[in-house]
Design a protein around this ligand. Structure first.
Ligand code: HEM
Length: 129
């Protein structure tokens, strides 16, 4: 079994992260709970997510180099993030990873890694949505 220094490397580096992000946002934009939170022009969000995920998964610190300390929970505070929205975000990501042909074990580890922040960003109780 090959050994990697980071999940970023194990997943396949820049091209794979780019591919995953490109597959992820159309799912977000098509999701009834998530779509209303996002702007129509998704390209800038996609680019920031590429920079952030790269560093979050152990690659180069692209996001911080450009935007400073991520403060991701604070950046999400303007948006009502319910537990259902966190679950929906993770489900879209799981689908994107699967479509990008990431092996199951790596998909599982990646989703586990992202579940921490996703649940941490919840700032609003469940609502009848
Ligand atoms: C828990 C469910 C989540 C929801 C509903 C959500 C929603 C959003 C929204 C609405 C934006 C702002 C889009 C805009 O610029 O108008 C955003 C930005 C962003 N989100 Fe999330 N997000 C979630 C989880 C996550 C997670 C788990 C990560 C990464 C670990 C993440 C990373 C980012 C990044 C990097 C940005 C851009 C921040 C910036 O403006 O610099 N999000 N998110």
């Amino acid at each position: 079994m090959a050994s990697y220094n980071s999940l970023y490397e194990a997943l396949g580096g820049a091209d794979v992260i780019r591919d995953v992000v490109t597959r992820f946002y159309p799912k977000v934009q098509a999701h009834p709970l998530l779509a209303p939170l996002f702007p129509d022009d998704i390209d800038p969000v996609m680019e920031k997510q590429y920079l952030f995920l790269t560093q979050f998964l152990g690659g180069p610190s692209l996001y911080s180099d450009e935007y400073g300390h991520p403060m991701m929970r604070a950046r999400h505070l303007p948006f009502p993030i319910t537990p259902e929205r966190a679950a929906a975000w993770l489900a879209c990501m799981a689908e994107a990873l699967s479509e990008a042909s990431i092996p199951e074990e790596l998909r599982k580890i990646t989703i586990e890694r992202l579940s921490g922040p996703a649940n941490h960003f919840v700032n609003t109780e469940s609502q009848d949505q």
